[in-house]
Unconditional design. Structure first.
Lengths: 146, 507, 331
């Protein structure tokens, strides 16, 4: 399996998915294109490009040639993103940022505990003050208004 | 409108009172600040300060608020260059070569050339605004849906020069971007498309979360744990400013970017975003060394940065000459004028000479102030890069989150950013470019709706695209460019693109 | 070993905080209201009518309630995003909303398309009506139509050929214009655009033949001789445009439409809090700052307290529902 073949196959799959999902949107005509016109057109294009990638992808580097040395860090950062997305409006901006920074500094980077706390508290409270209090761009406060 | 010496004197006499001077300075300062901070764009900055200007007279208020507007355009490139976080759609292109320069230890010149380019573009566009506002504004209103559609077709042809690499891969990325752009309520019929019951997706997927995810988040995902983390670069003073060669290389891009940005900026609607994309593509096409683009070419910073500044001034043309706002930010400026009892219409310049010429004069001064303010800031910002990366990347993550959230107070946007971060990371691994994807997201609504609006106007007749002169002109230009692109195929000479691929293979 | 313990600890801490977060949110005593800053959601971008009314109003409230009052622009889906956020907000009086007439449209459109409703009108407790402006039908000054009668006669001759631009499909200007078209028995060609500004730009650029707009936007263009007003959707003639007749006096009895802005709380807000807000609002609209700001915008204050506002809103929503039903699904 090569990189191009895999990505081509994914594009074709996505195209087929969009063609299927589009069926509820009226197509209209070429004189009066409806809401389903552009999605269908683009899905067909995507399938064509995906097919070209599959057809010509024999010579591209194999999938195994991709190395993932940074994967643990990437997974940790992604976990932080997901954590933020789900909980920031519930527990508030300051707490969320404190937790993800504490996690990244303390667990991933293994800094000294006092430095972790100083940085995490400083960044979370400082950015909140800058955006919310000074610039009046409201940031979420959680259930207990913090 | 006569541009008489007298009018300019009137303008400068208005600005050079201590209070107005102070407000111009204050506006530029706040503008720089909201421009540098991701998420807090000029829109938030102006509307935040609007109530505090209720007590001022109209001229001071508009000088202050306009200062925030064009000041923000200066700061917009900072996070793009330093951390690869595009604070707004206009600085997406700066991310590519600006950040590449920063990784090579040339963050100083990149930031400096962005400030210099912005200054040149800002000042030249004010000249354009002063002399040409009324006729240009009338021309701009002639841009209806068919013209828009043809302009974008023409733009797409230019944009095919934007990135190197495999053509099929780039085209599939543009298509994928266009597809993401479809998400949301169909403006023409009211149908929800691919939003799966999420009302927050009604206006579609925002450009900022997509761009911050694809550029900012994917960058820390790929760099944070990699063994070749960026080294700490000690900037020396002479590394802060562009070299003579870099300055010389930037003159052309700045000039072309200014003209391009100004002209695209005056057109009503959201097309001014594409001025940076077109400018980048144009510079890459005209360059003798297109292979340097993406690896830290200073032209790739100078062109787009000038274009976005010129476009922001260009957008003031229809506002001041005819009283019609062409985008969200001019709409806020219009609102600011209205709140101060001035309701600008076509008679605005004649009826309110003090406000108009005061604003013009304040923009000359403000741009100069911004240049003087931003050049010393370069050394401060560059020093941020001395912070060890293990402290920097969690902070970058925090800035991405707050920047994306602040735009629309929406957690869904933060979710989109996370998803786009993963997507961008995987695409990098699989050797796809992400800039065409962002471009697709930006262009989809404009291109689809202008096409369908045009057909609604003509009741389905495609002749509307060729019977209207401006639209026909763009289609002819597009055709000529396609033919020029085909020439190498016919003459069997090698296209620059092939030469480039060969050079890359050899290297 | 050390590392895995840290990971475990961190994960546990995250879970704890998360669970507490889910259940937090005990109610607050109403007698001390307001004890912290209040957010007012504006479901439209800065510079729009809701924002222009909301900001000076928030500034006036801030002084009366002695707490910061912050405007949050939660935009998207023609206002639905902000409306929905308000509908599900905690009814503690700290999340309020200034919304426009279009708040009534979305549930009707949703049910017409058979979609789950994003929110219901019953989700909101109206506090006060702040402003109310009729829209005005305008055409280019160079057009052949001098009066509404000319316009209607021509439209009857060429059904579906006269083009008008609107602020968007099922937006205020679309609903208003179709209400009139239905009443007059004419068919117009609809060109939706991205908002009130672009709709007027399309008329000024000559891409469409007519549009509807609020008086404060029309007046400067009329003064400059760019456009002509044919009729207004109001109940009586506007003080600022005494020569423009209303649709009602021209015989279109069912054509009445306003772009109004109102102040809302979530429906379950306790009465004592609503009372505080109603009293503060009654005072706020009387402050010279708010009056001055609205005066400069040429937008008359049309204050109505909650009960009268509810009545006004019910009538207005009923008219709009009928118009939306008449439009039907757009293909």
């Amino acid at each position: 399996m090569t990189i191009d073949r895999l990505s081509g196959a994914l594009l074709v799959l996505l195209g087929v998915f969009v063609v299927w999902e589009r069926r509820v949107l009226p197509l209209g005509s070429s004189q009066h294109p409806g809401p389903g016109y552009a999605p269908l057109l683009l899905a067909i294009l995507l399938i064509i490009f995906g097919a070209i990638l599959i057809a010509g992808g024999k010579g591209s580097p194999p999938l195994r040639s991709i190395s993932w040395p940074e994967a643990p860090h990437a997974a940790a950062i992604l976990a932080c993103c997901i954590f933020t997305t789900i909980l920031m409006e519930r527990i508030g901006y300051r707490l969320t940022i404190f937790i993800i920074l504490g996690f990244l500094f303390g667990v991933m980077e293994r800094m000294k505990i006092w430095l972790v706390f100083t940085l995490a508290i400083g960044f979370s409270l400082g950015s909140f003050w800058l955006f919310d209090s000074l610039l009046r761009v409201p940031l979420p406060r959680g259930g207990w208004n913090f | 409108m006569e541009v008489s010496f007298q009018n300019l004197i009137l303008g400068f006499a208005t600005v050079l009172t201590p209070t107005n001077l102070l407000y111009a300075l204050l506006g530029c300062l706040i503008g720089t600040m909201v421009g540098v901070l991701p998420g807090v764009g000029p829109l938030a900055g102006i509307s935040m300060l609007l109530p505090t200007t209720f007590g001022l007279d109209a001229t001071s208020a508009i000088i202050l608020l306009a200062g925030i507007y064009y000041g923000a355009m200066y700061g917009g490139s900072t996070t793009s260059i330093l951390m690869r976080i595009p604070g707004e759609a206009a600085s997406v292109m700066t991310c590519i070569d600006g950040y590449a320069m920063a990784r090579k230890g040339r963050a100083g010149p990149a930031l400096a050339i962005a400030a210099i380019g912005s200054y040149a573009a800002g000042t030249l566009s004010v000249v354009g605004l002063m002399f040409l506002a009324p006729p240009l504004a009338r021309f701009a209103l002639g841009f209806g849906p068919p013209e828009y559609c043809s302009l974008l077709v023409c733009g797409l042809v230019v944009l095919s020069y934007m990135t190197g690499g495999s053509i099929v891969k780039n085209l599939s990325m543009i298509t994928l971007g266009l597809m993401i752009g479809i998400i949301g309520i169909d403006q023409m019929s009211g149908y929800f498309r691919f939003s799966y019951g999420l009302v927050s997706l009604g206006d579609g997927v925002g450009v900022v979360p997509v761009a911050v995810g694809l550029f900012g988040i994917s960058e820390i995902l790929a760099t944070a744990g990699s063994p070749d983390r960026r080294e700490v670069i000690n900037p020396r003073f002479r590394d802060l400013l562009p070299s003579k060669q870099e300055l010389k290389d930037s003159i052309g891009p700045i000039g072309r970017g200014t003209v391009l940005g100004f002209l695209i900026g005056i057109i009503p609607g959201s097309a001014h975003i594409i001025s940076t994309f077109v400018s980048y593509a144009l510079e890459r096409r005209m360059s003798k060394h297109p292979e340097r683009f993406g690896e830290g070419a200073i032209e790739g910073v100078a062109g787009p940065e000038s274009a976005n500044n010129a476009a922001s001034t260009g957008a003031l043309v229809p506002l001041l000459a005819l009283g019609v706002p062409t985008g969200p930010i001019p709409a806020v400026l219009l609102a600011a004028l209205i709140v101060h009892g001035i309701n600008p219409g076509p008679l605005f310049i004649k009826e309110q000479p003090v406000v108009f010429w005061g604003l013009i004069a304040s923009m000359y001064l403000g741009n100069l102030v911004l240049l003087l303010l931003n050049l010393p800031l370069v050394s401060i910002f560059v020093n941020l890069l001395r912070v060890p990366y293990r402290i920097l990347y969690p902070a970058i993550l925090m800035f991405c989150v707050v920047g994306v959230y602040a735009v629309n107070s929406s957690m869904v946007d933060v979710g989109i950013m996370s998803v786009m971060g993963i997507l961008g990371y995987l695409l990098r691994k699989m050797d796809f470019e992400t800039a065409p994807l962002v471009l697709g997201v930006v262009l989809e609504p404009i291109i689809e709706y202008s096409f369908r609006q045009a057909l609604a106007m003509s009741d389905g007749a495609y002749s509307i695209f060729v019977l209207r002169p401006i639209s026909a002109f763009f289609l002819v230009v597009a055709l000529v460019m396609i033919l020029l692109g085909l020439k190498p195929l016919i003459k069997k000479t090698k296209d620059w693109r092939e030469r480039l691929t060969e050079a890359e293979r050899g290297a | 070993m050390m590392r895995s313990r840290r990971v475990l600890l961190a994960v546990m801490a995250m879970m704890c905080v998360g669970t507490i977060g889910l259940f937090a949110g005990a109610s607050q005593a109403a007698d001390s209201y307001p004890s912290r800053s209040i957010q007012i959601i504006v479901p439209f971008p800065p510079g729009g009518v809701a924002d222009l009314v909301g900001r000076p109003f928030a500034a006036a409230l801030e002084k009366l309630l002695n707490q910061p009052v912050v405007i949050v622009n939660k935009t998207g889906a023609g206002g639905a995003v902000g409306h929905q956020a308000q509908a599900v907000a905690k009814p503690d009086g700290y999340t309020l909303m200034v919304a426009l007439s279009s708040i009534s449209f979305m549930p009707e459109v949703d049910s017409m398309f058979g979609r789950p409703l994003a929110y219901k009108l019953k989700d909101f407790a109206p506090i006060a009506l702040l402003s109310s402006d009729p829209t005005i039908l305008v055409v280019k000054a160079s057009s052949p139509w001098k009066t509404l009668a000319d316009f209607v006669a021509d439209a009857k001759k060429r059904p579906g050929e006269i083009k008008y631009s609107s602020s968007g499909v099922y937006g205020t200007l679309h609903v208003a214009t179709e209400m009139f078209a239905y009443d007059a028995g004419i068919k117009l060609r609809h060109i939706p655009t991205g908002g009130g500004g672009p709709a007027l730009n399309a008329l000024l650029g000559g891409h469409v033949d007519a549009t509807a707009a609020g008086p404060n936007v029309c007046i400067p263009q009329m003064k400059a001789g760019a456009i002509r007003a044919l009729a207004s959707w109001g109940d009586k003639r506007l003080a600022s445009l005494p020569n423009v007749p209303t649709f009602k006096e021209l015989g279109y009895k069912n054509t009445e439409f306003y772009i109004w802005s109102g102040f809302f709380a979530p429906a379950a807000t306790p009465q004592p809090i609503l009372k505080v807000l109603r009293e503060a609002t009654a005072k706020a609209v009387q402050t010279p700052e708010f009056k001055g700001a609205m005066d400069k915008m040429a937008t008359p204050i049309a204050y109505l307290d909650a009960p009268e506002f509810q009545k006004f809103w019910d009538n207005d929503a009923a008219r709009s529902f009928k118009a939306i039903r008449n439009i039907g699904k757009v293909q």
